[in-house]
Structures are given as C-alpha cells and as structure tokens.
Design a binder for this molecule. Structure first.
Ligand code: ADP
Length: 414
C-alpha cells in the first residue's frame, strides 16, 4: 500500500511516501519513496525533497495556504518525474496524519470520519497551536484526493493513555480534572513508541520484559518511562511546555512565577506563556540560539559562559528525569536516546550519563562517539547493568504502518 504521511504545522508541512503492508511490516521491509517538507506556506513556499537515492531537490512555489500546498504535493508525488513510480492520484492508497492532541477519547490511531473530525476539533482548546493545523491538513487532503481515499489520524498523545491516575493527575483540586480535563497528557508519543518498538526489535527482547527510559531530545524534548511496552510516565504534561529543558521551552518551573513575571515585566499572562514557550530553554539561558550544535561550538570553541551554562542545565535536567524514571520503573534495562540531539551528540549523551554510575551505567566513549548520523547501537560498556543506547526515532514509519493497519483492519499494537 502506498501511503502518504503528513505532518501539517502552521506554515509547514512535512511529508513522506511509504510503501508498506503486512509482510513488509513483519520483515522490516517498508520502502520510503521520498520525504521532505514545504516551508513558508502562505507566500513563496520553499520545498525540499529528499529522493529514494538520497539526492535532494530544492524548489519554490507560490502556495497561498495548506490546500494549495497539499495540492502541489499530491501533484508532485504522482508526477512521473518524481521517480516514485506513482503516476495517478489513485496510486496514493491512504494518508496518515500526525495529530498532536487526541485528548482522552483517542487512545489509538483511527480512520478519519466526521465524528473523528469533530473529536479533533473539540481538542483544539487543549492544543490551540497544533490541532487547527492538523485539521487543515486533513481537510486539504480530502479535497485533493477525494473522500474515497482513507485517512488515518495518529495522535501524539495516544501512547500515553496508559499512564496511571497517580502519574497523570496534578495535585490541584480534583474537580478541575472533572470539569476541564486538566491532567498530564504527554506528547511525542509516536516517537517514544517508535523507539521502544525498535529497541525490542534490535535487542530481541519480549515486549513484556522491557523496562526502559526513552529520551527524545530534539527541539522539543521529553522523557518517557516504558514498562511492558506501555508508557507509565512522561515529562510533557497538559501541554508540551512541561518537563525537560528544550530549545526554546523552559520545561519545569514554579507555577507561581507566571504571575510574578507578569507583574515585574508588565506582561500579560499569554505573553508570559509565550516567553516560556518560545524565548526560554537553551535560547533563553544562552541568549544566543536554540540550536544545540551551535551552542556546543560556542561553548567549546569560544568558551562562551552562558552557552556552557545552557548545556549544563539541559543535561542536569535530563539526568534528573532519568533518575526519577528509574525510580518510577523500579529499575530499568536501558536509557535510550533519540531526536536530533540524542542521535547526533555523543557529548550531550555522555554529559547526561555522567554521574549515573551508581545505577550501573558505564559509558563506552569510543562506542558513543561512533553513534552519529542515524546509527543505532549500544554505547554502555560491556557488563553495565543499566545499558545506554541510541535508537533513532522514526515517527513517519510508525504513522505509515498504523495507517496500513487501520485501513486493512489489522490489530494495532500498543
Ligand atoms: P525537531 O524537534 O524540530 O524535530 P530535531 O529532532 O531535528 O528537531 O532536533 C533538532 C536539534 O538537534 C537541534 O538543536 C540541532 O542543533 C540538534 N542537532 C542536530 N545535529 C546535531 C549534532 N551533530 N550535535 C548536536 N546537536 C545536533
């Protein structure tokens, strides 16, 4: 089955075309025909496409909205020149969408129908920055391909629906949960699920035996405690703002600070929230950038004090969460790193693991240094009782596989 995977944001849409079916899933033989992104939708959009052979194509097109972008994309993917082998719109058999917030009602991936669209709409209140764009992506695809092509929504929150009450409830008056559904939802679920699945595959361990802490460290960062294949705790909360230090997000802070900052700086609550989301984290501390690669260069080559401080705080917070989740799990087999930082920076991985020797984790620095650029493998020293791994996340593959499973009526794994 040829599946178009879409991740629609405010002015961006990321995409992949994946060929998958039951045999390919069983044999890990899915094929990615192309992937890429359309940025700056609304004006002269910038389009980057990575083909199957690794070649990259960059182009621009005037795309005034999401509908125009998806239309362009469907046209490109089915153009013989694209090299996908797809030649007509009908060659796209199904579409899988990343949807950020599934609230409490969506516990797994579902085929999109009117009731699902209404459900995603209802959750706009919980994810005003994301769900409206995801919805626009679905609507644009329906227009471009017609109602006959099945579409599947894969929710970022769904993997965390297994959190026990004691992990998802905040210690605030209980009626707030009942009245407004205020609770921890967790995000990056597709990524944590993908990492856990791949970890089981490469280590040959049974789902029921695996206890791991996964660290998705990208621009957004989150940790997840996984036991028996299911999420039992995660660091992002009601919104993706909670938890680890991120590129531009503060992660955990004292809630009383909102009012205090607003009063001291003469800001509204929404301005403070925006500061915590987009001007904090690595960017806020360093005053330089949210990009870890650039920060490492500033810290190591130019000895920039605040760049170093930002990195220190980032690593310390991540290590604290590893410790907390080891306690939540009652010990674990491994800490597993993923995301742009987790998959590429041996230095950051080593810094996070520093001081965790008491857990039985010893880093093999040579193995660690070799794990960059999408390689997967173990970097804890032989015999460590807590292992450390890099397992690149592949959310798009998981979305494609879920789409196939939903459309063909196969059971969905957790
Ligand atoms: P997103 O969350 O937007 O998907 P990514 O997972 O692509 O982001 O991660 C982006 C982050 O990964 C950036 O901070 C980038 O600097 C960082 N990164 C990528 N390569 C490296 C590297 N070699 N060393 C350190 N950080 C890196």
């Amino acid at each position: 089955m040829n599946i178009l995977v879409l991740n629609a944001g405010s002015a961006t849409v990321k995409f992949q075309v994946v060929v998958t079916d039951a045999d390919r899933i069983a044999g890990d033989q899915d094929v990615k025909l192309l992937r890429g992104q359309i940025e700056r939708i609304g004006g002269e959009a910038v389009i980057t496409i990575r083909n199957l052979d690794g070649s990259t194509r960059r182009t621009t097109a005037a795309l005034r909205d999401m509908r125009a972008a998806v239309d362009w994309l469907v046209g490109y993917v089915t153009d013989p020149e694209s090299g996908t082998g797809l030649t007509a719109r009908g060659d796209i058999h199904a579409v899988g969408h990343r949807v950020v917030h599934g609230g409490e009602q969506f516990r797994s991936s579902v085929r999109v129908d009117d009731a699902v669209l209404r459900g995603i709409e209802e959750n706009v209140e919980l994810a005003p920055l994301h769900n409206p764009h995801n919805l626009r992506g679905i609507e644009a695809t329906q227009r471009a391909l017609g109602a006959g092509v099945p579409q599947v929504a894969v929710f970022d929150t769904a993997f965390h629906h297994t959190l026990p009450e004691h992990a998802y409830l905040y210690a605030i008056p209980y009626p707030l949960y009942r009245r407004h559904k205020i609770r921890r939802y967790g995000f990056h679920g597709t990524s944590h699920r993908s990492i856990a699945y791949r970890f089981r595959k490469i280590t040959g361990r049974a789902r029921s035996d695996v206890r791991i802490v996964t660290l998705h460290l990208g621009n957004g960062c989150s940790a997840c405690a996984i036991r028996g294949g299911v999420s039992i705790d995660t660091s992002m909360g009601f919104t993706p703002l909670e938890g680890l230090v991120m590129g531009t997000r503060a992660g955990d802070i004292d809630a009383a600070l909102l009012d205090y900052i607003a009063a001291k700086e003469g800001l509204s609550m929404s301005q403070v929230e925006s500061m915590l989301n987009s001007q904090s984290g690595l960017l806020g501390i360093s005053g330089l950038t949210n990009d870890m690669r650039d920060l490492l260069a500033e810290a190591n080559e130019l000895q920039d004090r605040r760049a170093r401080l930002a990195i220190d705080i980032f690593c310390y917070r991540a290590r604290k969460y590893v410790g907390a989740y080891l306690a939540a799990l009652g010990g674990a087999d491994a800490v597993v790193f993923a995301g742009g930082v987790g998959e590429n920076s041996a230095e950051i991985r080593a810094r996070i693991c520093e001081g965790l020797e008491w857990t039985g984790l010893r880093v093999d620095h040579e193995a660690n240094a070799a794990l960059v650029g999408g390689r997967e493998g173990r970097f804890s020293a032989h015999g460590s009782s807590l292992e450390a791994w890099v397992v690149p996340t592949d959310e798009e593959l998981l979305i494609a596989r879920d789409t196939y499973r939903v459309v063909s009526g196969m059971a969905l794994p957790g």
